[in-house]
Design a protein around this ligand. Structure first.
Ligand code: DLL
Length: 427
């Protein structure tokens, strides 16, 4: 769609959705009234900036169904994302919302290069997590057979991959790497598998991790982004150009703001991604603060699509670790680790506080193929990695090399950060 036409469609939908939430969700009526923002006053897309933000805490405060705009009888499916503390965040879908989800997920599969001739092995978890069912609906809509594996049961994943000749694998990037290890252990060469495309997301991963996965499986590894509050998977997806994720702004209007001030960030500038759902019925959200840090550009893409693109997610406003006053994104450390041949892409960051001073320990597995015949070699490697990380972060960290396969593997989202100062959360 040409950009002017897209903007007209967005404005029309924005006017409708602001009126809708004002009429149907007491939370929004109060928030709009407090700011003196009448829904009828939206005359241009810029007017959106006058509307209030919505935060995850607002969903928690209205647990479980207080933010819904429709009666429960119209809600046909409920999901919840597990928080790190307190109540989960509950999301609901009407029949039309499920149609929308199916459409954006079919789009996602197409962007990634899948066709109805593919067979999709869906190893995202089925259940309250939105990954499994979201991908399932997309495959149905696309018309490609879907194998509803869910996550885990790796031996079965590998067997059905071989028996069914599945061609598209969908799971978290960390599980894709784990399956490659298990395949090799079982005497299966992952590079010779029938998979040609992987659609990986639900957790942060770097370009270096992409190379590891592409190399391990001999596939194209494509990044998928989404979050339950907005719809689940199906908010943005990489195309064949692998140069940013097209974000579906015809239905999920996107802004990038400076987290501190809420001011808009410029084209290509990093900030917090904020999304307004333009057509959702059960859980419409206005200016939802995703907490995800990315940049956005409207520069034309090599693939010819006109939807803007977001960068890979660079971190979260709330998983940014602050260690001795220095902001640290786990992805910065991942990039360093994966550029070093002697270590495997399995790591954990442990933060402790000793004598009121924070320390960051990077535990990383040394690679199977590397022969350490003496302690000295190991120590030298540890010092070398510490130096590299210090160059990037300007922070002294302690690197501890650990045995292959000694760091806990997960079938879903990897647990990268252990904060022993009193908080633990998933990456
Ligand atoms: O993770 C939805 C999803 C399922 C996306 C399957 C992709 C594939 P939640 O459990 O609500 O929903 O977690 C959403 O996960 O705010 C990001 O912080 C993170 N996240 C999701 N995709 C990516 C990605 C699903 N590609 C939260 N890169 C989001 C980095 C991601 N982080």
């Amino acid at each position: 769609m040409p950009p002017e036409e897209l903007r007209a469609l967005q404005l029309d939908r924005l006017k409708r959705i602001t009126r809708y939430v004002y009429d149907c969700v007491p939370f929004y009526r109060n928030a709009f009234d407090r700011l003196g923002a009448a829904p009828g006053s939206i005359a241009s897309l810029d007017d959106l900036a006058r509307l209030p933000f919505t935060r995850k805490q607002d969903l928690r405060d209205n647990y479980p169904f207080g933010m819904f705009a429709t009666p429960l009888t119209d809600v046909k499916e409920l999901h919840a994302s597990s928080g790190t503390s307190g109540d989960p965040t509950v999301v609901g879908y009407t029949r039309n919302d499920i149609k929308l989800w199916s459409t954006v997920m079919a789009r996602t599969l197409c962007l990634a290069g899948a066709t109805p001739d593919d067979i999709v092995q869906n190893a995202y978890g089925y259940g309250l997590f939105t990954g499994g069912l979201g991908m399932h609906y997309g495959a149905l809509e696309l018309g490609a057979p879907v194998v509803p594996m869910s996550s885990g049961n790796t031996a079965k994943q590998l067997k059905l991959m071989q028996d069914f000749h599945t061609t598209v694998i969908t799971c978290t990037p960390s599980y894709a790497l784990f399956m490659a290890e298990e395949a090799r252990k079982a005497g299966i060469d992952p590079r010779k598998s029938s998979w040609r495309i992987g659609i990986f997301g639900a957790e942060p991963w770097t370009h270096e991790m992409r190379r590891e996965i592409e190399d391990a499986w001999n596939i194209k590894a494509m990044d998928i982004y989404g979050l339950s509050e907005i719809i689940g998977p199906g908010v943005a997806q990489e195309c064949g150009a692998q140069d940013g994720l097209h974000i579906y702004t015809d239905v999920f209007y996107a802004e990038i703001i400076k987290p501190g001030t809420g001011e808009p960030a410029g084209d290509g500038e990093s900030g917090e991604l904020v999304i307004t759902t333009l057509t959702k019925e059960a859980l419409p959200l206005i200016r939802y603060r995703t907490g995800d840090i990315a940049s956005m550009t409207s520069e034309p893409c090599a693939c010819g699509r006109t939807l803007p693109r977001i960068s890979k997610i660079r971190g979260r406003t709330d998983d940014m670790l602050i260690v001795r006053g220095i902001n640290v994104f786990p992805s910065q450390i991942e990039s360093v680790l994966l550029s070093i041949d002697e270590v495997a892409p399995h790591y954990q960051l442990v933060i402790r506080r000793a004598h009121s001073l924070d320390t960051l320990e990077v535990r990383v597995e040394f690679s199977d193929t590397f022969a350490f015949d003496e302690i000295r070699a190991l120590e030298n490697l540890e010092r070398m990695i510490e130096g590299r990380i210090q160059d990037v972060l300007s922070l002294a960290v302690k690197v501890k090399l650990v045995e292959p396969r000694s760091i806990e593997r997960t079938m879903g989202k990897a647990r990268r950060v252990v904060d022993e100062r009193g908080r633990t959360y998933d990456a």
